[in-house]
Design a protein around this ligand. Sequence first.
Ligand code: AKG
Length: 216
Amino acid sequence: MDRELFPRARTEIAPGAVHVPDWLDALEQRELLEACRRWARPPAGLRTVRTPGGGTMTARQVCLGWHWYPYGYARTVVDGDGAPVKPFPARLGELGRRAVTDALGDGPAPGPGYDIALVNFYDADARMGMHRDSDEKSHAPVVSLSLGDSCVFRFGNPETRTRPYTDVELRSGDLFVFGGPSRLAYHGVPRVHADTGPPELGLSGRLNITLRVSGL
Ligand SMILES: O=C(O)CCC(=O)C(=O)O
């Protein structure tokens, strides 16, 4: 989508946290969406996440490689149908490596590569509260890809859920990477803008694919 007079630029939002607009082309977005639809099917498919306090997350989720539940990782869907988690596709690992190089300019990090994908599906009313990705043992950068409707992505600081934070609009095809001093920064999605995705993609709602290194 080219609504701007000038192309949106790569922006460092905080030290080690970089937004790269339009990183995925239309074909890559379509292929990823088709893969997400396959991964969402049971067993170990899209589920509603329940938090220990009795709440439910409004974004629904499917995991690959390791199953995330509040607050840990398992090899089976311990808070759902109990099935083994689907394997982490090598293709997503390559995408993760390329994303880090493009966003941060770093070569491949030594040690294990990406082995977790969380796929979050947001309808127009879904949100994600401010949280830190702190259940992994590795501090490798988190890679986040967006498909479909645009959203407000709130990126804060490692100390508090509150200000200072920066609101970034993430659109279909955008990449956001956060590592280094921002690896444990609080972040969330306070708003999804309905019907703003590229019509040719054929997705109603928003998908986010988050890649992490477990260190497990
Ligand atoms: O949907 C997003 O852009 C953020 C997802 C997220 O923060 C997470 O999965 O931990």
